[in-house]
Design a binder for this molecule. Structure first.
Ligand SMILES: C[S@@+](CC[C@H](N)C(=O)[O-])C[C@H]1O[C@@H](n2cnc3c(N)ncnc32)[C@H](O)[C@@H]1O
Length: 245
């Protein structure tokens, strides 16, 4: 199958959109220092013009090979360390369709490797592992402009740091602490309290209150609720559990 590296002339002119062929990606990742970094589970990568994920997917593939070789005594160990590998891959992409394809391509790569291990261990796929993989990938791939550091809606690009807690060689069930940073804060090397959340909790029941115009002051206080993520098992990150500070 031939690889499409260009979608159309206008996109090339407007956005410099030319995808890197797999063969070139792999040549670049084979540069000794980069190869070593790809084989280190906790080394973090940020691809600032991610496209459809040519580099991120290839790095994920390399990391997952390390997981299946070294952290694969049983399915639980594979699930935990493969999710840990996912937490280290970040991307930014300006065009929405590319950003979505990038997320899908990364998830497909994760899924294919997980399926292989399910067959190898004769086990069952866990929905919570797949949900956590989806959550990590979709939070780590930002749809925005790397140069202005803004998302497409003009808000700051926000990324989550997924810090493993007390990770040792013998750890099987990994716990992580999620903390959110804007891209500006990452550049400024801002130090934050563990768990700090920039987003508001979701899934809160929306109340229709006909007297709400009287409660404006109350509502403002409500909006400014300070939240933090609580440390959770890596296979449970999809729940996005938070508490009020
Ligand atoms: C040359 S392509 C490379 C894509 C991918 N890295 C690859 O190697 O296949 C550049 C990509 O960057 C995106 N892009 C252009 N300007 C950008 C910006 N300011 N911030 C984020 N992404 C941008 C384009 O939409 C395009 O997908």
């Amino acid at each position: 199958m031939t690889e499409e590296i260009i979608k159309c002339k206008t996109r090339v002119q407007k956005h410099g959109e030319v995808f890197t062929p797999k063969r070139i990606v792999n040549k670049m990742l084979d540069i000794p220092e980069i190869k070593e970094a790809c084989e280190n589970l906790t080394t973090t990568f940020l691809e600032p013009a991610a496209g459809e994920g040519a580099f991120l997917v290839a790095i994920l593939e390399r990391k997952l090979k390390i997981v299946s070789g070294k952290y694969n005594n049983d399915l639980v160990q594979y699930e935990n360390y493969s999710l840990l590998a996912l937490t280290t891959l970040y991307g930014i992409e300006l065009l929405e369709d590319n950003a979505q394809t990038c997320v899908m391509n990364m998830f497909q790569k994760y899924y294919d490797h997980y399926k292989e291990q399910i067959e190898y261990h004769n086990g069952d796929m866990k929905q919570k592992v797949l949900e956590s993989a989806k959550k990590i990938i979709s939070l780590n791939i930002g749809n925005g402009n790397f140069l202005t550091r803004k998302a497409v809606d003009g808000a700051s690009l926000v990324f989550s740091d997924w810090k493993p807690i007390n990770l040792r060689k013998t750890t099987k069930n990994i716990k992580v602490q999620r903390t959110e940073y804007t891209l500006d804060e990452i550049y400024e090397n801002t130090q934050k309290e563990n768990g700090k959340a920039l987003r508001q909790p979701k899934n809160e029941p929306e109340q229709i209150d006909i007297f709400s115009f009287l409660d404006e002051e109350l509502e403002t206080q409500e909006d400014e609720k300070e939240m933090q993520y609580i440390p959770v098992k890596i296979i449970d990150v999809y729940k996005e559990e938070m508490e009020e500070v």
